[in-house]
Ligand binder design. Structure first.
Ligand code: UD1
Ligand code: UDP
Length: 382
């Protein structure tokens, strides 16, 4: 029996690892999958664990209010040493590009335990954008033994860095597995403020921001643009589930607090959140994962960042890189609200990131690589 340990710590890692943890549970004679969370996030992580009914075997509980990169790195590294010594897994699985991801890979390397990197090979080429995610994923790539690339482009990035071809497998992104299992046409909101919104007669802008490089002035500029939008379009509503980071909250409250038709909420559970995305008109975000989900639902995305590691939907025309300048955010939002043909062009549903079977492919590649099947798996895109 092969022992796999999945390690993650934040909301998006949990959303994208949950379908894989579930999938690995379907090979009871071959794979035993256990879970360790650093809990770099607390409430936002717990929301996802509850939804997908995952009870971690280890919970390091490292989160502190206003934590620094040093806090996360140090606390996660020392906590994981004990977990790895106790578990002695045959393979550690990590996801994406958070500090938990990098530190879990480093800790595994120190113990000479192989690492499988889910969502491998995303790159902007700019080491400070996004910060510190670009370096987290590059360093994780250097430490990993198996690379689960979501797209062919991600595989190319890894090959260009000299990663061995036979250690890379194109799987699609597990976020699409999670999304397709969660969005439903007849979903009814339980939160009164979401239930009360007349989705048919108002256009909803779904907004989220949290990137470290956007804290402070860039966020203020984004929110000022949103304020102007709400003042000039009476049929527009903004729903903005505000990240728990106090540095985000203070600026949001000072620019958007108390405005009519602006709904500032706590972070939403994944299920209402993606069903709200389904009912939204435009998504404005600096999130990584939402750039993958919204195109699949046919929602135009304005990316509030200067770089993206997810160029596939930009090429497909459903995602636009806008940056954080007030003028640019205002101009591009107005254009989508004013020009129906332009809107329709961006609202095409495209699925460059997956087909809902990424977790199965990852499991099949693991079984193949560890000699538990002789059948070579077929990658995403053939
Ligand atoms: C982290 C990741 C980022 C990822 C994001 C997803 C790093 C360095 N950053 O950024 O890559 O895109 O998660 O959301 O790995 N907080 C709470 N409760 C929670 C979560 C956060 O109170 O459940 C507050 C705490 O005050 C915490 C702060 O938010 O100190 C920031 O959390 P942190 O994980 O350091 O950074 P994120 O911006 O969430
Ligand atoms: N999300 C959620 N509730 C919210 C906001 C986002 O469940 O209130 C989900 C969203 O659908 C996506 C993920 O959280 O799957 C994105 O997380 P985040 O933006 O925090 O991180 P990133 O993707 O940028 O790493």
């Amino acid at each position: 029996m092969m022992k796999v340990l999945a390690i993650f710590g934040t909301r998006p890692e949990a959303i994208k690892m949950a379908p894989l943890v579930k999938e690995l549970g379907r090979y009871p004679g071959q794979i035993s999958c256990r879970v360790a969370v650093t809990a770099q996030h607390r409430e936002m992580l717990d929301q996802v664990l509850r939804l997908f009914e995952i009870e971690p075997e280890h919970d390091l509980g490292i989160m502190q209010p206003g934590q620094s990169l040093f806090d996360i790195t140090g606390r996660a590294l020392s906590g994981l040493e004990k977990v790895l010594r106790e578990e002695q897994p045959d393979l550690v699985l990590v996801h994406g590009d958070t500090t938990t991801t990098f530190v879990a890979s480093l800790a595994s390397y120190y113990m000479q335990i192989p690492v499988g990197h889910v969502e491998a090979g995303l790159r902007t080429g700019n080491k400070f954008s996004p910060f510190p995610e670009e370096l987290n994923r590059r360093l994780t790539g250097a430490l990993a033994d198996l690379h689960f690339a979501p797209t062919a482009r991600a595989r190319e990035n890894l090959l260009l860095e000299g990663v061995r071809r036979e250690s890379i497998f194109v799987t699609g992104n597990t976020v699409i597995d999670a999304l397709l299992g969660t969005v439903s046409g007849d979903y009814v909101f339980t939160r009164p403020e979401l239930k009360a919104i007349d989705h048919r007669n108002s256009r909803i802008l779904l907004v989220t921001t949290h990137r470290r490089e956007n804290l402070g002035e860039p966020m203020r500029h984004i929110y000022q643009a949103l304020r102007e939008i709400i003042e000039s379009y009476p049929d527009v509503r903004i729903v903005f589930p505000v990240h728990k980071n106090p540095a985000v909250r203070s600026v949001v409250d000072s620019v958007l607090g108390g405005l009519e038709r602006v709904h500032l909420t706590e972070p939403l559970d994944y299920q209402p959140f993606v069903n709200l995305m389904q009912k939204s008109y435009i998504v404005l975000t600096d999130s990584g994962g939402m750039q993958e989900e919204a195109p699949s639902l046919g929602k135009p995305v304005l990316v509030l960042r200067n770089t993206t590691e997810r160029p596939e939907a930009v090429d497909a025309g459903t995602v636009l890189l806008v940056g954080t300048e007030r003028e640019a955010v205002l101009r591009e939002t107005r254009r989508l609200l004013d020009d129906k043909d332009y809107y329709r062009g961006m609202a095409e549903a495209v699925n460059p990131y997956g087909d809902g079977h990424a977790s199965r492919r990852i499991a099949e590649f693991i079984l193949y690589k560890y000699g538990m099947t002789k059948i070579p798996p077929v990658g995403f895109g053939g």
